[in-house]
Design a protein around this ligand. Structure first.
Ligand code: OGA
Ligand code: NI
Length: 306
């Protein structure tokens, strides 16, 4: 039966009857830039198991609460410190663990939901392939050989997952899900649940909302990519706001240089016209400085429950 939009809006489930369907070459092509090759079902599955984890009773997640920075698998809350005010806890809860090499930590991952380990391992494999593609594309975009960035990031990159759960918030005007920050490492691949906005990026002093695009990842370039590219690629300032009616989940896969990697503008990008904009440093130095600025310039973890 053909329906009018009015009838359609009042009928569930929503399906398009043939009178709404455009010829193929006239369709809006909303997914034309989505070519990452990570299967949609896998993305949906990983978001589902992580959501289930956050919906477990708090006592179950409490086993992962720790003050020990070196713990591989941990639950924590971010906070921000403001002069004269002190610590303000963010309206979110974070679950963090490595994503590679899986044999080192899989036995520490949740057994509830029961599919967590298996689904996560499959997702990590797919994202590993995506990172390799991103690193070679960025290298080539800079006019360098395709292995250049990966080589500079080092033999033992830090490969961590950050799952952020933002409960529905009674007053989003009074708090923040994550404060304004830049990511510390080199690249982050972020997957957001569809239909709930929250991520914002800063451009020309204004906060812009990054709506989740079905099937798409958000690729955040972080501080070390800015330095290695001598400023050609910018590390993006971003934050997450909360929603009154809906909880939100995002799953970030991070790629961070080896602690001993020497980070600085790649030599081939430096010449008489292009002076280095940053000095060389050992990545560990940068991390120590980052933690030294605890909760001020950027966010850092605290190990508490709200
Ligand atoms: C992060 C982050 C944004 C989001 O974990 O570093 O920026 O949308 N997350 O949750
Ligand atoms: Ni971030």
């Amino acid at each position: 039966m053909e329906m009018t939009p009015y009838q359609l809006a009042n009928n569930t489930p929503l399906t398009l009857s043939p009178n709404f369907i455009l010829p193929e070459d006239k369709r809006p092509n909303l997914s034309e830039i989505i070519n990452h090759e990570v299967p949609r079902e896998l993305c949906q599955k990983v978001l589902a198991v992580v959501t289930e984890f956050f919906q477990l009773p708090p006592e179950e997640r409490a086993q992962y609460l720790t003050k020990d920075h070196s713990k591989q698998v941990k639950v924590f809350n971010y906070y921000q410190k403001y002069e004269g005010i002190g610590k303000v806890t963010m309206w979110s809860e974070t679950f963090s663990h490595p994503w590679h090499p899986t044999e080192n930590f899989t036995h520490l991952l949740p057994t509830n939901p029961p599919q967590y380990r298996e689904v996560f391992a499959e997702y990590a494999r797919a994202i590993g392939v995506l990172f390799d593609r991103l690193l070679s594309l960025i290298s080539r975009g800079l006019g360098l050989d395709k292995d250049c960035l990966k080589r500079r990031i080092g033999e033992k990159p830090g490969l961590h997952t950050i799952a952020n759960y933002y409960p529905a918030c009674p007053d989003p005007e009074l708090t923040m899900g994550l404060p304004d920050h830049n990511d510390l490492g080199s690249i982050a691949v972020l997957l957001q649940v569809e239909g709930v906005t929250g991520l914002q990026v800063i451009k020309d002093g204004k906060w812009l909302t990054v709506d989740p695009v079905p099937d798409a990842f958000v690729i955040n370039l972080a501080d070390q990519t800015q330095v290695l590219s001598n400023g050609k690629f910018k590390s993006i300032g971003h934050r997450a706001v909360t929603k009154k009616l809906l909880p939100r989940l995002s799953l970030g896969m991070l790629y961070t240089p080896s602690e001993d990697a020497v980070i600085g503008p790649i030599e081939d990008l430096i010449n008489e016209e292009h002076f280095p904009k940053y000095r060389n440093y050992i990545f560990k130095e940068y991390m120590e400085e980052f933690y030294w600025q605890e909760g001020k310039r950027r966010r850092v973890p605290i190990y508490g429950y709200y």
